[in-house]
Design a protein around this ligand. Structure first.
Ligand SMILES: [Zn+2]
Length: 125
């Protein structure tokens, strides 16, 4: 067994948080889908209604995309925990991700430095 940043108890804590977040996201996704189903049943005669509805719709698509992305990361972390491979170490530089950060974002796979590096790259800075 290699380097590990977290003890068993902390990993258990992250595990519970991941499962809770997963459930929350699945509920959100289900709610969005149900709303869209009722939206297509609705009679949108008025242009204003339609604009508002499609604005909500594109916002929902945006939320849905983000939630699905987060769900992927959660599943990734859960798989690692199940296989006993979860370390709480950054997947890029191998340094510790603080437990404080993991409590807020249990699916985090990068430390803050690497995360901001990646974000800057994406923004083209
Ligand atoms: Zn890192």
């Amino acid at each position: 067994m290699g380097k590990r940043a977290l003890n068993q108890k902390q990993i258990e804590e992250i595990h519970v948080l991941l499962l809770q977040n997963k459930q929350k996201i699945e509920t959100t996704l289900r709610t969005i889908d149900t709303e869209h189903e009722s939206l297509s049943d609705m009679d949108l005669n008025d242009d204003g209604d339609f604009a508002a509805a499609s604005r909500d719709y594109s916002n929902d698509i945006h939320i849905k995309k983000q939630q699905l992305k987060e769900l992927n990361l959660i599943d990734h972390a859960l798989k690692k925990i199940e296989k006993g491979e979860y370390t709480g170490l950054c997947e890029m530089c191998d340094s510790e991700i603080s437990i404080k950060r993991l409590r807020v974002k249990p699916h985090a796979i990068y430390c803050i430095d690497c995360r901001s590096y990646i974000d800057n790259e994406k923004n083209g800075n």
